[in-house]
Design a protein around this ligand. Structure first.
Ligand SMILES: Cc1cc2nc3c(=O)[nH]c(=O)nc-3n(C[C@H](O)[C@H](O)[C@H](O)COP(=O)(O)O)c2cc1C
Length: 384
């Protein structure tokens, strides 16, 4: 890991270390993966306006997100099954966030439970909620989040049904892994991962096991999730959640100005412009493509966060220039985790901070609040 210089280097290390079915689970996306591919391709098209002879000796990426001071405008996106990437993966990632000074968001479908992560945490973390059919379970989950001091609830709205990821089907992804010959041979090639998991790990969903009826770990993940997610979810449910949750409410999965307005109307403190990392509606636009129209429509009435394809400090700069308040990263964090646990995630963020603050300097900018469209070369039209 010493010579890793960018997120792609960490990705390659993680690929060697993690069993194929779990690497593909992280790396893959739905159907043709076109939305996933365009998330990063559209970001890469955005060019900067370099400036020279500006005193940038005092530049810093420090800012705040949802009222919390952060080292840079970045939070970790909620990712399910993070504990299969590295033993105690959620806790390792959360601790890396604490060290760096950015928010960590725990997923509903994490391996480590809310309580386990809270026991290890010395700061507040965000909790992401999937609204599943069993609303009593949702109420209990909210009570558990309150009990451990969560102040920011991220409700994911783009998973009323599960997008099909072909790689997961090909690999027969299940938790725990099915003992097929191919899987056994693959595991034998990853002794470090096997050793770590055997020593530390329970591979069940920490927040769900013992709390949800019908969760059977022998079932395929897709099969189980398809049964549990709720196609009836609507804005009235979201408003009820808003009334129920006294802390900050963030709505994730917004891709159109209309839905952004509904989110504000429902009482969101922030939205996350997200296509779930291209894992849901394949063929949906890249998030950076729809960002400007949403920024225009909301006109500063709530914070706007964005995710999907962000893997560098330059990408964060691009999103801020287009009007976002902050960025979330899913895979970039997971590649760091897969490459080296907590140290790998810290390494990933150190690279990103360096990239962001160097980009700021070369664009003649000293602070995040100075970044805007004036830093972009030939602003392309990016309407939906
Ligand atoms: C392996 C993996 C698991 C994910 N699990 C969840 C989840 O449990 N809840 C959720 O709201 N989003 C989930 N997401 C989506 C992320 O929160 C985020 O929207 C996406 O990863 C952003 O794209 P990026 O991975 O390109 O950064 C997951 C993404 C990945 C890659």
């Amino acid at each position: 890991m010493k010579r890793a210089a960018c997120i792609e280097d960490l990705r390659k290390i993680a690929r060697r270390r993690i069993p194929k079915m779990f690497f593909d689970y992280v790396d893959g996306a739905s159907w043709t993966e076109s939305t996933h591919i365009s998330n990063s391709a559209e970001l890469a098209k955005i060019r900067f306006r370099q400036r020279v002879a500006v005193d940038v000796s005092n530049r810093t990426a420090r800012t705040s997100l949802l009222g919390e001071a952060t080292r840079l405008p970045l939070a970790v996106a909620p990712t399910g099954l993070t504990g299969v990437i590295w033993p105690n993966g959620e806790i390792q990632a959360m601790k890396a966030c604490e060290t760096v000074g950015i928010p960590y968001c725990l997923s509903t479908v994490s391996i480590a439970s809310l309580e386990k992560v809270a026991n290890a945490a010395s700061r507040n973390f965000w909790f992401q909620l999937y609204v599943i059919r069993d609303r009593d379970f949702i109420e209990r989950l909210i009570q558990r989040a309150e009990a451990v001091g969560v102040e920011t609830l991220v409700v994911t709205l783009d998973l009323q049904m599960v997008g099909q990821r072909n790689k997961d089907i090909h690999n027969g992804l299940s938790s725990p892994p099915k003992p097929t010959l191919a899987n056994i041979l693959d595991l034998m090639r990853r002794p470090a991962w096997c050793y770590g998991m055997l020593r530390h790990q329970d591979m069940r969903f920490g927040n769900l096991q013992g709390h949800v009826k019908g969760l059977d770990s022998r079932k395929g993940l897709a099969e189980w999730t398809n049964e549990q997610f709720d196609p009836t979810l609507n804005w009235d449910d979201v408003k009820r959640l808003r009334d129920r949750w006294k802390g900050k409410l963030v709505l994730k999965g917004i891709l159109s100005p209309e839905d952004a307005l509904f989110a504000v109307d429902a009482g969101a403190d922030a939205i996350i412009v997200s296509n779930h990392g291209g894992r849901q509606l394949d063929g949906a636009p890249a998030t950076i493509e729809v960002l400007p129209s949403i920024v225009r429509e909301l006109n500063n009435c709530c914070e706007i966060l964005i995710d999907g394809g962000f893997t560098s400090g330059q990408d964060i700069f691009r999103a801020i220039a287009y009007g976002a308040d902050g960025v979330l990263m899913g895979r970039a964090m997971l590649y760091g985790l897969g490459a080296g646990g907590q140290a790998g995630v810290e390494k990933a963020f150190a690279m990103i901070i360096n990239e962001l603050e160097t980009t700021m300097g070369l664009c003649g900018v000293n602070s995040i609040s100075e970044i805007g469209l004036h830093n972009i070369h030939h602003t392309p039209s990016r309407e939906e």
